[in-house]
Ligand binder design. Structure first.
Ligand SMILES: Cc1ncc(COP(=O)(O)O)c(C=O)c1O
Length: 462
């Protein structure tokens, strides 16, 4: 290390030295944690002071140990609450390369190779979403939230002031996007088994005055259910965006469940879910590249008209952001390493494991299964919560479920999610929700046996 004050730039030797230091500290922190997350909850976690300079080695050792010890580790099968994947080593190292070189994706003169990689990757991903479309395109986003924002933005810019419509199963980012864009709040459509009921959607659309932008979900946050995409597309809303943040990973698999997805005007998919990328790795695909011109903007210092005429690629219109990380790089390296089939096989593995874990829940004498998993999400409920519900009511049963989850977090033994689901009824929603525990399986190597201890923990058999 030639500059111990920490001002060494991210060159070859400095990186070698500091990466070694960081990896050692990381291993120490993980060893000290010894489970999926540290015990004791937020009270037990106190961050070190950061404003006094101690030099790069000491700072990295101290804070990396702290971060690793206090991380919720998605590489531990007992950490299965969220759509939070363990990143692949190849993707994490590619991200390090991107950080060191720091291409900025707002102009070609800051990112010649990175922009070429992004263009090629976006073309390939757009084609994956829209195999038969004439001229599809895709841009890189920070994830499902930004992709949904783009979906409604393109709807507004290409169709006019749309009324957003989405299922009650939709992600909260649909309502937020409408709010940011100054559109009316989405009209909610009733669901059965966490899927939009097409007849209910037809009723809503018939009552909307003016163009409607429907947001359907392929892989809901709560259950992984996939809305009936062909039936929804057949209703021909003025704009159809499909939030495939989770289910979009199926596009890499031979086992397709996404029939009708290419009828959508736009699709969001997240490779930091099924895709095993470090955050962020979102993709927004548009059926017609023309509609993406809604993002165009001119800034002389970045994409002057004469530069564009001279053939310099215009990157600014490929995002709402200006400076932007080359997130395409790690995705491209991963796809190059594993191929489309390699990612698809990992998706299939998680789905097969979910089926096996669902069978184990069904066979467990203290647990109840919500329904068969579609993707890799399993909802389950300890029978004790049902007993309390039958004696003291829904809220009391829900409180039991919530407390089990928090107890596991506090003990540091498992990170389990929660999902509030409206009991299915064809007559519509009566406003009541039952709380379930949720396992979202994104570990590409774990087997059903690895989840057996988590089931026992939930059932109170430790
Ligand atoms: C269905 C769905 N859409 C959108 C999002 C938001 O994605 P992100 O956190 O990448 O913005 C999520 C997050 O889990 C999701 O489950």
């Amino acid at each position: 290390m030639t500059r111990p004050d920490g001002t060494e730039l991210a060159g070859d030797q400095a990186l070698r030295d500091l990466v070694g230091v960081a990896l050692d500290a990381l291993a120490e922190g993980v060893l000290k944690r010894g489970g999926p997350l540290p015990s004791g909850g937020p009270r037990a976690i106190r961050a070190p002071l950061v404003q006094s300079g101690v030099g790069p080695v000491d700072a990295l050792v101290e804070l990396t140990r702290f971060l690793a010890h206090g991380s919720a580790d998605p590489a531990d099968p007992a950490c299965a609450a969220h759509l939070h994947c363990p990143p692949l080593a190849v993707a994490a190292v590619a991200d390090l390369v991107a950080s060191a070189l720091n291409p900025s994706m707002d102009s070609w003169d800051q990112a010649p190779s990175a922009s070429a990689i992004e263009e090629q990757l976006c073309q390939e991903l757009a084609r994956l979403c829209y195999p038969a479309a004439e001229n599809p395109d895709a841009v890189i986003t920070t994830g499902g939230t930004e992709s949904t924002l783009y979906g409604l933005l393109l709807a507004r810019e290409n169709v006019g002031r749309v009324q957003p419509v989405c299922g009650r199963n939709a992600h909260h980012s649909v309502a937020r996007a409408a709010w940011v864009l100054g559109l009316p709040q989405p009209i909610p459509v009733d669901c059965v088994a966490d899927r939009i009921v097409p007849a209910k959607l037809a009723e809503v659309l018939a009552a909307v005055d003016g163009p409607a932008a429907v947001v359907a979900t392929a892989g809901t946050t709560n259950t992984g259910a996939i809305d009936p995409l062909p039936e929804i597309a057949a209703l021909r809303p003025a704009w159809l965006h499909i939030d495939a943040a989770y289910g979009g990973g199926l596009l890499f698999s031979e086992r397709q469940l996404l029939d009708g997805i290419d009828a959508a005007d736009s699709i969001g998919l997240d490779l930091h879910k099924f895709g095993w990328q470090p955050i962020a790795a979102g993709v927004f695909a548009a059926k017609s590249a023309r509609t993406l011109h809604a993002l165009d903007v001119r800034a002389d210092y970045l994409n002057a008209a004469d530069d564009a005429e001279a053939g310099l690629p215009d990157l600014l219109g490929r995002s709402l952001r200006t400076s932007r990380r080359p997130d395409a790089f790690k995705i491209a390296v991963t796809l190059r390493a594993l191929g489309r089939d390699g990612i698809g096989a990992m998706v299939d593995h998680c789905r097969d494991t979910a089926q096996a874990v669902a069978a184990a829940v069904r066979a467990h004498r203290d647990l109840r299964l919500w329904g068969e998993p579609t993707l890799s999400t399993i909802l389950l409920r300890p029978l004790v919560a049902d007993q309390v519900e039958s004696e003291l009511g829904l809220d009391a049963g829900n409180a039991v479920v919530a407390a089990i989850r928090r107890d596991l977090l506090d003990a540091g033994t498992a990170v389990v999610g929660r999902a509030a689901i409206a009991p299915s009824t064809e007559d519509g929603w009566d406003g009541r929700e039952r709380l379930w525990l949720k396992l979202t399986l994104l570990h590409p190597h774990a087997t059903a046996a690895d989840y057996a201890p988590v089931l026992d923990l939930i059932a109170g058999r430790r």
